[in-house]
Unconditional design. Structure first.
Lengths: 258, 462, 191
């Protein structure tokens, strides 16, 4: 199986180590992994702000770029969710917006949405990983990001009356020495929300401060999750507030020792 | 004009202690809801049924409305139809005037709020007394509700104590909720005993029996209807459900979702007027048929008005109901306001981090967050989009559609880390107001890949 | 066109795709001991349930539970402690001032502590206006859940109500206060 790696823009710019950990981990697990170029962004920041039209050329690029691959893996639950849920309609000319269907554009069949998986989904559901070589002797608090929980269903949403599960916790438990915990209000939003963070900064930052404090209250040494965007927001808050919080993407813990 | 949500929310958060109380209190209500939901093993099945029944009913609303109207009429209820708020208010006034009503006791009705009924009746010389405690507090204070189920949640007990001291002559400085509630009970009892008519909303109108079902905890709706010779019901046309089998589903979900109670204290079926008395039902459209004709937002009409979406919404809990321009706040209020008048309520649309919690909390599975996303897509064509967001989106589009430019930006980004703080952290940088900038990497992933470092890192550790 | 025709015509331009009426047939919650569940739930919502020991007189129990009640209204033949027959009153407003009303419940619901009461008195105000409400209920008449309840609930004289515990409000700072407008206390006497 040929797998294409999609590295979201902010990971590319600020957290390349997350991409490197993802690559190492997949290679270690025997995946035929490639990083096709040039790739940029899935278009989520613009679409969530109300500009799917600006996301359209990006969706087209991404779809064409990953056409040769059977799977597309990304270490970002939110981007995976966006591509899976919104790309088909965006490429079809905007079923989700009020724009009239644009029939004059070349009919581009969309496939990436069927192939895209978040790294945790890929490890848990596709590869069904049962062993990892790493050791991570630390207490970590899982940040259940909204799109991971309520779009990809990586863990059971606290609103629902369904059996409790967490794919992230199940994967982390394969790493020796780790001590896994979750904050109070385990899947409440951290306040990032894309452009919400800059359009409603007061609410966004207030939510972020509360979230970081709840993570720290668990006694965790690290806050981890499947979305670097949430971690980036909380890291910005923690550094400003001088809170002793350390952030690490799930991929980095799962790849420890590689 | 009211401030838009971002500004109003920032103002709300300035009183940090009060804001924290608001957030904690509503979160506690959500936790009670969660505990109740978990006590019912078939909860998710119920939500699914609730959604399907509403969808089915809305699809055949013409049929069910006629059936309800016929059943109610056969039971001795006078049924009226109102195309809009103006028509509704005129009908209410006509009914009251023809019965010689001077004093009307009302139980909580979001529809009456929507139609601005009270000022209209008062201008016509009718005394209107709100009887729900929260609504009465707001009526005495001259304020609108800030939550649909807990209308006075924004007021402290001290504020209520002071208000009652002035209006009901309670003991100065006494703000004990039990003491104040008892005072309101005595005060409102006198109004119940002297009212000429009672007005209620309807939680459900049952098509096959003609029952109007009203759910309250205080018993105020019942007290009004049981004592006054005239009962007027205002009901939005979306309140119709097919039968008692459907009602069983909704009564199991409503209070558990709203306040975390197994059911409201009173679930009252009004099927016919009391002997010698009159009962009127006004079925109100006021834009609902337009919403129903809009495939992107028709699901809004499935709403049971439980308020669960508000209690779970972090943007609501951290901003309060007054941060929204429409009289119903939170996720459902955003949809209802936009359906009514996008120009007036587009300022509420930023109030969402797209966390999707509302979708999972909603007992009728209204796709609230998806609708907010869709409204955002529509703002630009209505010339209501935020100019800065549009600019940012254009810049990002330019950046992300030009791989060369993107790579150069990635290469230069780390310079931001070393710029003097005043250049990075200033009024123009909303991110940097309360947060540090992300630490841009010295070498982006793409550059590391191109230079073979990613693969090499793997080789090294082999 | 009348407003009715106008609204109905507008409704016929519907936008939601077809969806048949689902079969409301689900395996709803049941309880091994319905009386116990009913009692526990009723206590949770601020009410109480007391089981009458066989051979005991409900009047004695009511007197014990409400020693201070002076004006007691009931039209039930066995309730001898009643001081007022509500059916003799000319106006429902005359019920104001009743300390305790004793009424019969049709059936109770274990999942939510509610009792279904229909119009078996002249004025339904009797259920809402007294300070305290006592409901007599046969232990065999408790159903599991609202699906069973609505299979059984019959409206009489145009009225029926599920009452679950006393009247309550939390409109001041979400602080729960029992006794808003209706009964300040509610006891179900299980016969």
């Amino acid at each position: 199986m040929r797998v294409g790696l999609f590295i979201p823009c902010y990971i590319n710019a600020a957290y390349p180590e997350v991409g490197i950990a993802t690559f190492k981990l997949l290679e270690h697990l025997g995946v035929d992994i490639d990083y096709p170029l040039p790739q940029t962004c899935c278009g989520q920041p613009m679409a969530n702000a109300g500009f799917e039209t600006s996301a359209l050329p990006l969706a087209r690029r991404l779809d064409a770029l990953f056409a040769p691959y059977e799977r597309v893996v990304t270490p970002s639950a939110s981007c995976a969710a966006f591509i899976r849920i919104h790309h088909p309609a965006i490429l079809a000319g905007g079923d989700t917006g009020s724009r009239a269907k644009n029939q004059t554009e070349d009919e581009h069949p969309c496939h990436t949405h069927e192939k895209i998986v978040d790294l945790c989904e890929f490890l848990h559901d596709v590869l069904r990983v049962t062993a990892l070589p790493g050791v991570f002797p630390h207490r970590v608090s899982i940040h259940n990001s909204c799109h991971g929980v309520r779009e990809l269903r990586l863990s059971s949403a606290s609103e629902l009356n369904i059996p409790r599960y967490s794919k992230i916790a199940a994967l982390l438990a394969l790493v020796r020495g780790i001590d896994i915990t979750e904050p109070e209000r385990p899947d409440e939003c951290c306040g990032f929300g894309g452009m919400f963070a800059v359009e409603v900064p007061a609410v966004s930052a207030c939510m972020g401060r509360e979230k970081v404090r709840r993570h720290l209250a668990t006694g965790a040494e690290y806050i981890t999750g499947a979305d670097s965007s949430c971690l980036m927001h909380m890291q910005g808050i923690a550094r400003r507030e001088k809170l002793p919080a350390r952030f690490i993407h799930v991929a980095q813990i799962l790849a420890s020792g590689l | 004009m009211k401030d838009n949500y971002p500004k109003a929310a920032a103002r709300f958060l300035r009183d940090a202690e009060r804001a924290k109380w608001h957030d904690d209190t509503l979160w506690m209500v959500r936790q009670k809801r969660d505990a109740n939901a978990r006590s019912i093993p078939e909860w998710e099945q119920l939500r699914h049924l609730a959604s399907q029944i509403k969808t089915h009913t809305l699809l055949r609303l013409d049929h069910y409305l006629e059936q309800f109207a016929d059943s109610a009429a056969a039971n001795g209820i006078t049924v009226h139809w109102a195309a809009d708020a103006v028509e509704h208010n005129r009908l209410v006034l006509e009914i009251l005037q023809s019965a010689g009503v001077k004093k009307l006791v009302k139980s909580k009705s979001m529809l009456a709020e929507e139609c601005h009924l009270n000022p209209y009746l008062q201008a016509a010389g009718i005394e209107v007394v709100e009887s729900d405690l929260g609504e009465r507090i707001l009526q005495l204070a001259g304020q609108p509700p800030s939550h649909i189920v807990m209308p006075a949640i924004h007021l402290t007990r001290q504020a209520v104590g002071k208000l009652f001291e002035e209006k009901l002559h309670t003991d100065p400085g006494n703000s004990d909720p039990t003491y104040l509630t008892r005072a309101a009970r005595r005060h409102l009892r006198q109004h119940f005993l002297t009212a000429d008519a009672a007005m209620t909303g309807a939680n459900f109108c049952v098509a096959d029996s003609g029952d109007v079902v009203v759910c309250t905890n205080e018993g105020n709706a019942d007290m009004g209807v049981a004592l006054a010779p005239l009962h007027v019901v205002s009901a939005g046309i979306e309140k119709v459900i097919p039968d008692a089998g459907a009602l069983a589903v909704y009564t199991r979900l409503l209070a558990r979702s709203a306040t975390g109670q197994p059911v409201t204290a009173y679930t009252t079926h009004h099927r016919a007027p009391r002997p010698g008395c009159q009962m009127h039902v006004i079925l109100v459209d006021n834009g609902r048929t337009d919403t129903l004709a809009n495939p992107e937002h028709a699901q809004t009409l499935k709403c049971l008005r439980c308020g669960a979406c508000m209690n779970t919404c972090p943007a609501y809990r951290h901003a309060g109901g007054y941060a929204y321009s429409y009289l119903i706040p939170g996720p459902i209020g955003m949809q209802l306001g936009m359906s009514r008048d996008p120009r007036a309520h587009a300022g509420d649309i930023p109030a969402c981090s797209l966390c999707y919690s509302c979708n999972d909390a909603c007992p009728a599975k209204v796709d609230l967050a998806d609708q907010t996303y869709r409204w955002r897509q529509q703002l630009d064509s209505m010339h209501l989009a935020s100019a800065p967001k549009k600019l940012i989106s254009r810049v990002l589009r330019l950046l992300f559609t030009s791989p060369k430019l993107y790579e150069n930006v990635l290469r230069l980004a780390p310079l931001v880390n070393r710029l003097p703080r005043f250049l990075v952290y200033n009024r123009l940088n909303a991110w940097g107001r309360d947060r540090e900038m992300p630490p841009f990497a010295g070498e982006s992933f793409t550059r590391a890949w191109k230079r073979g470092k990613v693969k090499a890192s793997r080789e090294k550790s082999k | 066109m009348t407003h009715k025709d106008e609204i109905l015509a507008r409704l016929r331009r519907r936008a939601i795709p077809d969806c048949p009426m689902p079969d409301v047939c689900l395996e709803a919650i049941t309880y091994p001991d319905k009386v116990k569940q009913f009692t526990e739930t009723l206590r949770l919502v601020g009410g109480d349930a007391v089981e009458l020991t066989p051979g005991d007189d409900p009047n004695r129990l009511l007197r014990e539970l409400y020693p201070d009640a002076r004006v007691i209204a009931s039209n039930l033949p066995g309730v001898t402690i009643a001081t007022v027959n509500p059916d003799d009153l000319a106006d429902p407003r005359d019920l104001d001032g009743v300390h305790l009303a004793v009424v019969a419940g049709d059936f109770g619901v274990a999942e939510n502590g509610a009792v279904w009461i229909t119009h078996n008195t002249k004025e339904r105000a009797l259920y809402f206006i007294p300070d305290y409400l006592a409901i007599l209920l046969h232990r065999a008449d408790i159903v599991n859940n609202m699906h069973e309840a609505y299979g059984r609930a019959r409206v009489s004289a145009g009225f029926g109500v599920f009452i679950s515990g006393p009247s309550k409000t939390a409109d001041i700072e979400q602080s729960l206060v029992i006794g808003a407008h209706g009964a300040k206390g509610l006891t179900v006497i299980i016969l």
